[in-house]
Design a protein around this ligand. Structure first.
Ligand code: SF4
Length: 124
């Protein structure tokens, strides 16, 4: 298995990674990752990192992600795993939790709407 773009430097427990493929090119997306070439230490927090340092590091990591050609693929990978640590696809772990919560709420609303539509059709 190929290594993922950036690997945690000081995070002790990171789950094993699945390497997704880019459907449009038939190859692994992470071979194009900008963070494979530089700045890998930006993406994961060292232990006991002060808040101000964390915020600055995360913003620097996001600037790297902003110029990465596989940001969308990376972000979806991190959301689907889900990756619990680090910046992936321009999102911190906390930001990914928010996105996932929104998606869960959206899915619930869509199911409710589909059920209501079926009931209306059945009553029709
Ligand atoms: S989007 Fe960011 S974390 Fe993802 S591969 Fe690109 S540089 Fe790395």
């Amino acid at each position: 298995m190929l290594p993922l773009p950036h690997q945690p430097l000081q995070v002790a427990a990171v789950p094993s990674q699945r390497v997704p493929a880019r459907e449009d090119e038939g190859g692994p997306w992470h071979t194009e990752a900008v963070c494979r070439r530089d700045e890998a230490g930006l993406f994961f927090a060292p232990s006991k990192e002060p808040t101000a340092a964390r915020l600055a590091r995360e913003e620097a990591a996001k600037r790297v992600c902003a110029r990465c050609p596989v940001m969308v693929e990376c972000r979806e990978h991190a959301l689907l795993q889900p990756e619990p640590y680090g910046v992936w696809g321009g999102l911190t772990a906390a930001e990914r939790r928010v996105v996932l919560a929104r998606r869960r709420r959206r899915d619930v609303e869509l199911k409710k709407a589909a059920t209501a539509g079926q009931q209306i059709a059945a009553a029709g």
